[in-house]
Design a protein around this ligand. Structure first.
Ligand SMILES: Cc1ncc(COP(=O)(O)O)c(C=O)c1O
Length: 412
């Protein structure tokens, strides 16, 4: 077996190394959870103080115009353009992924009438399935019908009766990644519209939504984008689908002229039609500042570092016999996964807690998965080496057997 490279040498060669200083990472902590809740960007903290003290505190309501608050769902979203490969006018930052999915599902179903079937994967993130189930109970099964399939049956399940294909590119458990371009192309050949959930992709995996002719997409603002807990999500609607039908959560912010206060809803003729209520300015301000951290890095750099970190972690795990009881459930081939690795272990929850007690933050996904996220902007290869050493000690010494580590908390 060839010797593994030294972590110091890898850090010295890291072109993104200087980015770490742009985050507040608590001393003594190794954060392998940036795929779940990104850490605090220093500039987001600074900007939120300005936003609260000066813009809200001093300029009060005039800030809607003076500081461009009213346009923030668009101006914030435009910063995402290079990360997702999208030309202006097709992105918004608003609401949660769940709410945005509801809007897009409704539009896609209308656009593809009389088809009614929505196909998704059985192991998609549950909220995606729940939103279709909610739509189905609202409209009735004659208008919307969810069909879930296993991944190996996905392509065979597509036919000319399917209205919408709803998929998450990177599986939240295993990190396995679907090929957006080829699946979208196959769906289009059959007249199916595709909605992609990019929650575990954006900020770690390069995307070309326009070039791949993606119809619609959503994604989280609080994972790799580091927009803060409950940050606004984003949505994408390809220009060709805009202004054809209106979305059902048609609040005043989606009206063509909200400040006319007309009693009748007239949708905006551009992407702002997908807005609903008053934008959450404080959260948008934090997300917007967090996105500035990406301004001078390329998606290819993010991907390359994220995979290098994960591959290093995996190689170190494989090299330690005491970690052989961790069973990798992510693809071994880096090209087939997003920015995370997941391992099954019957004591996964307790191991995760023992790691946290040692300052190494990961997370656990029921029933038995330990998940590690390799967020490229702030992690060092030295962090990876340390994390695996501590993990090996916890497993070898069964430190996870401490009763306190087995007590399930509400959030895992
Ligand atoms: C793939 C995926 N979609 C959606 C969500 C949840 O989105 P939201 O809470 O913004 O509705 C998550 C949360 O982790 C997720 O992993």
């Amino acid at each position: 077996m060839t010797a593994l490279p030294d972590c110091q040498a890898l850090d010295a060669a890291d072109v993104l190394a200087s980015k770490r200083a742009e985050f507040k990472i608590p001393a003594g902590k190794i954060y392998l959870n940036g795929n779940s809740l990104g850490p605090l960007p220093v500039r987001a903290l600074a900007h939120s103080l300005t936003l609260i003290e000066q813009q809200w505190g001093e300029d009060l309501i005039s800030s809607w115009n003076k500081h461009g608050w009213i346009d923030m769902p668009v101006t914030c979203a435009e910063k995402l353009g290079p990360l997702v490969g999208v030309a202006p006018g097709q992105l918004l930052c608003c609401d949660s992924v769940s709410v945005n999915l509801f809007k897009l599902l409704a539009v896609a179903l209308q656009l593809n009438k009389p088809r009614t079937t929505v196909v998704s994967l059985q192991d998609n993130f549950p909220t995606d399935l729940y939103m279709v189930q909610g739509m189905q109970s609202l409209l009735g099964a004659g208008q919307c019908e969810l069909q879930t399939v296993d991944e190996e049956d996905l392509l065979d399940s597509l036919n000319r009766e399917v209205a919408v294909l709803l998929l998450t590119q990177v599986n939240f458990r295993s990190g396995a990644m679907l090929d957006i371009q080829s699946i979208t192309q196959r769906a289009h050949e059959l007249g199916i519209l595709v909605i992609w959930d990019l929650s575990h992709s954006v900020g770690a995996v390069p995307l070309q939504l326009d070039a791949w002719s993606v119809d619609m997409a959503v994604g989280c603002g609080y994972k790799y984008l580091n927009g803060g807990p409950g940050a606004p999500a984003f949505l994408y609607v390809n220009k060709q689908h805009q202004a054809k039908v209106s979305q059902p959560l048609c609040g005043w912010m989606g009206h063509t002229s909200p400040f006319e206060f007309s009693p009748d809803y007239v949708p905006a003729k551009d992407i702002t039609e997908f807005l609903t209520g008053t934008p959450p300015i404080l959260s948008l301000g934090v997300l917007s500042a967090a996105l500035d951290v990406f301004a001078d890095v390329t998606p290819a750099q993010l991907r390359s570092k994220s995979l290098a970190l994960a591959d290093y972690f995996l190689a170190l795990v494989v090299a330690r016999p005491e970690l052989s009881e961790l069973q990798l459930v992510s693809p071994v081939n880096a090209e087939q996964r997003g920015g995370q690795l997941a391992f099954a272990h019957e004591e996964g929850y307790a191991i995760c807690q023992a790691l946290a007690a040692a300052g190494i933050l990961s997370d656990f996904r029921s029933p038995d998965l330990l998940r590690f996220g390799f967020s490229p902007l702030f992690l060092r290869f030295a962090d990876i080496a340390k994390a695996v050493t501590v993990l090996a000690d916890i497993v070898a010494q069964r430190r996870f057997d401490e009763p306190a580590f087995k007590q399930r908390q509400k959030v895992t």
